[in-house]
Ligand binder design. Sequence first.
Ligand code: 13P
Ligand code: SF4
Length: 302
Amino acid sequence: MKDKQELKNAINKLKKDKNAIILAHNYQIEEVQDIADFIGDSYDLSRQAASSNADIIVFCGVHFMAETANILSPNKIVILPDKEAGCPMADTIKASDVRKMRSKYPDAAVVCYINTSAAVKAECEACCTSANAVKIVNSLPQEKIIFLPDKNLGNYVKENTAKEIILWDGCCHIHDRTTIEELRKVQAKYPDAPIVVHPECNSEVVNEADFVGGTNAMMSYVKESNMKRFIIGTEVGMLYPLKNQSPEKDFIILTDRFICPDMKLITLEKIYDSLKNLQPQIIVPPEIAKKALKAVNKMLEV
Ligand code: 13P
Ligand code: SF4
């Protein structure tokens, strides 16, 4: 059994010997963020993976993120240190469900949030993130759009576009569970603090927010703001990169119930083992990867 410092040294040595990089999502536990080469949101990390010269990508996040990295970098080895780390929201929809939706609304285009499996992406016209969802929807020629799987982000899009939006009934139960009462309570305690929330939160909460955006967008908003204190409505791991970026500012989590158990599965021990054994690898079958890449590229074009 190695102690933490020995583990970190061993990981750094393996990383160098194998020409690997470690990418960590903003929600990862602190010691995982500390050892990462890049920390960011789901989309930014995949782009980092694609532009890096590394042969091996250790993706500290959840399954769909590692898949996206593999879609964008088919020649690299992508490792997810715990293959059980999934996204329950992404798992609410399968490729066959998308096909069924399509046959019900044949004149609609399908836009999927990046939180979807590669197989689902392969069935869609375009992929999007929380940062560009409205832009992507507006860029398509169709007037009718099936938006999936997040109904909360979908509702946010609906309010910001003239197009007809058909929703899939999925959501992130971690973000969706916050209530307006919880928000009011925190707001009463810190009336001057801007409310910064992820669009995966339920619509009532999103409508009250001063800023709505994905995790990287939150980082930029806080950095540019001259306010001193912020109420943060997203997974609790987010407080760590925010505090690292702006140590002079204070961050209050909207609710302690904002914990994504899947994001917490990755540990230093698992990073070490996976880098040593190059397992578990995430490999998207080439036929699916090719189709999914089209949807991802459509987003990149816009
Ligand atoms: P971001 O892409 O904004 O980092 O969000 C990913 C996610 O899973 C949010 O719950
Ligand atoms: Fe999925 Fe929600 Fe966890 Fe993000 S926080 S990975 S959307 S379950």
